[in-house]
Design a protein around this ligand. Structure first.
Ligand code: ADP
Ligand code: ZN
Length: 602
């Protein structure tokens, strides 16, 4: 199969235009050059080797460490009419022989291979006998010995260059940092490769972080208002919270499934498969979930507990909206999260230096939570990407938060912590500030303190927000060994003495109803209500087709394609062909049946 990159993009994949660096990368690799591609999740890395594979003679060999992904990619390619297969441990001997025979006969455009298999004598012997179009090394950061995903087999991939010097190689990763990039280039012998680094922004993801009042109720309001029937991932810190939250969501009519390390491998696999293969499933998971899943239509990622760092937050939220259509990253956090995470760091048994790093990472995350300006700008700056304009697609841009002069309140709070001996948590100190008549306070004699009752004019929720923000800013700290008691810090003093003014974020009132009408999305607006029933009918049709073939629905058509279908309602094959994501093969296979569904509806 030959032609120009643009022709292949349209004919095979049904897309009208390349994204970002895709065109340059494809041109470079198709012309025989080596490349190192750094692109965020959902940026469109696959096309960077799939199109060159179709433009060049021979079979393209793709090294991928994740079996589930391999199968997904091959399913999707077969749907588009591309001759693809994989070799991994799930195949029996006969199946392996068939794939090998196809490769030898020149009947494959792409062959996906697990890394441990690639370097086996059998596979190398196979490759010796075929014409190789190129090598693509996916998840290339797995070669980094310092990363979380290190795979020793990746170190052996240098053999490719020695054994097949004529075949161009393209290594791909979403891992941003420069040291990892250098390590990849060095270990894979790609020093001379052209490096393509894309920006890390995910413009279709809307970030929102809300102060925690009643996490589940807040989350439910968000779900009911914005994501009924959508696929999503909910992260919780503990197994127990995962189980409880999944049960709770199910009781409210959502198709929610738990996923955590305490479950059997079979159950985990079953839940993951359901999530991938069915529409509208919510997975409630500990952080163990997500790696190796590239379901494109995850419409939201919610954190009911804080992640450990901005890196984790970005990686986890990055699982939303790979298909490029609007998605939400929603998080709720409170002082209790800060206490729990600090406790985890302290009790981790790591050495002091490691702990210091983790504390700093946690602080950076808290800074993000308390931010009153554009979240995206801060996130990108954390990864070294400067951006001049606010994004217009995060909570702070959409509804700029109020701030208030909390200098006096902060002084009262710090002073009360000091007077009560730095031995109590935020709840108790608030009671003293508000002058509550309680036996406990009397017992300690704190009703006689000068700070007793000096904060009666401020409601308990606001005090909670003050304490949270003081801790987040390091103006107070939580003693994790002392059961969450509050302590002063070096920086408290300046505030206590009134030497610096302090402006804090004003939290939105707890019971505030979510906006019914959402402002226009930065990328595109969601489907109008008048198209929703047709969209649902098209989704049903897609599900039947997917079930019959044993593939996930999104390899047939993405939601974006169904949305365009519901809006444009094509009645001829010619019109159907212009939908995004409809190439030659899919037009031939599915055009008629979806047009029928559209006609039945109208
Ligand atoms: P990555 O591997 O970088 O996470 P993928 O290669 O899976 O991303 O691509 C993400 C999604 O974007 C896929 O669903 C893909 O079909 C879609 N996509 C990629 N390139 C384009 C393009 N040029 N136009 C439209 N959609 C695209
Ligand atoms: Zn913003």
């Amino acid at each position: 199969m030959h032609g120009t990159p643009q022709e292949v993009l349209e004919r095979v994949f049904g897309y009208g235009a390349f994204r970002g660096d895709q065109e340059a990368i494809i041109g470079h690799v198709a012309g025989g050059g080596d490349a190192l591609v750094v692109m965020p999740t959902g940026g469109g890395k696959s096309l960077c080797y799939q199109i060159p594979a179709l433009l060049r003679d021979g079979v393209a060999v793709v090294i991928s460490p994740l079996i589930a992904l391999m199968q997904d990619q091959v399913d999707a390619l077969l749907q588009a009419g591309v001759r693809a297969a994989y070799l991994n441990s799930t195949l029996d001997f006969d199946a392996v022989r068939r794939v090998e025979a196809d490769a030898r006969a020149g009947a494959l455009d792409l062959l996906y291979v697990a890394p441990e298999r690639l370097t086996s004598e059998r596979t190398l012997a196979l490759l010796d006998g075929v014409r190789i179009a190129l090598f693509a090394i996916d998840e290339a950061h797995c070669v980094s010995q310092w990363g979380h995903d290190f795979r020793p087999e990746y170190l052996q991939l240098s053999v490719l260059h020695e054994r097949y010097p004529a075949a161009p190689r393209v290594a791909l990763t979403a891992t941003a940092d420069a040291p990892t990039r250098r390590e990849i280039a060095e270990r894979l012998g790609l020093d001379a490769a052209r490096v393509f680094v894309s920006g890390f922004d995910r413009p279709n993801i809307r970030y929102a972080i809300v102060p925690k009042h009643n996490a589940r109720q807040q989350f439910l309001r968000f779900l009911d208002a914005e994501h009924r029937g959508h696929a999503g991932i909910v992260y919780c810190l503990s197994r127990r919270r995962v189980e409880e939250t999944a049960d709770w969501l199910r009781a409210r009519g959502y198709h929610a499934l738990p996923y955590h390390a305490g479950m059997s491998t079979d159950d985990r696999k079953r839940h993951q498969d359901t999530f991938v293969r069915e529409d509208g499933v919510i997975i409630v998971a500990t952080i163990a979930f997500g790696m190796g899943i590239d379901k494109p239509d995850v419409r939201f990622v919610a954190h009911l507990d804080l992640p450990k760092s901005i890196e984790s937050y970005y990686q986890e939220t990055g699982r939303a909206g790979r298909d490029g259509t609007p998605a939400d990253a929603w998080m709720t956090y409170g002082l209790s999260d800060v206490v729990t995470l600090r406790q985890m760091v302290e009790g981790s048994g790591a050495d002091e230096q490691r702990k210091r790093i983790e504390v700093r990472k946690l602080d950076a995350l808290l800074g993000l939570c308390e931010l009153t300006t554009c979240r995206r700008r801060t996130l990108l700056a954390y990864f070294g990407e400067e951006r001049a304009e606010p994004c217009g697609n995060c909570d702070n841009c959409i509804t700029p938060p109020d701030t208030w002069d909390a200098t006096e309140a902060a002084r009262k709070a710090l002073s009360c912590v000091y007077r009560t001996g730095q031995r109590f948590g935020a709840g108790y100190v608030t009671d003293v500030l508000r002058g509550r008549d309680s036996e406990r306070i009397r017992g300690f004699g704190h009703h006689r303190l000068s700070t007793f009752g000096i904060g009666a004019d401020i409601d308990p929720n606001t005090w909670r927000s003050v304490f949270r923000q003081l801790v987040a800013r390091g103006l107070m700290r939580v003693d994790v060994e002392g059961f969450g008691s509050l302590k002063l810090t070096e920086t408290s003093r300046a505030v206590l003495r009134g030497e610096c003014a302090l402006h804090l974020r004003r939290d939105a009132p707890a019971g505030r109803k979510p906006r019914r009408e959402r402002p226009a999305r930065a990328v595109r607006t969601a489907l109008g209500p008048e198209h929703q029933t047709l969209f649902d009918a098209l989704r049903d049709r897609r599900r039947e087709l997917a079930r019959a073939q044993g593939v996930p629905p999104y390899v047939i058509f993405h939601d974006a394609t169904l949305e365009a279908m519901a809006e444009q309602r094509p009645r001829t094959l010619e019109a159907f062909a212009t939908l995004p994501g409809v190439g030659e093969k899919k037009l031939e296979r599915y055009g008629t049946t979806f047009i029928e569904a559209i006609e039945a509806h109208t």
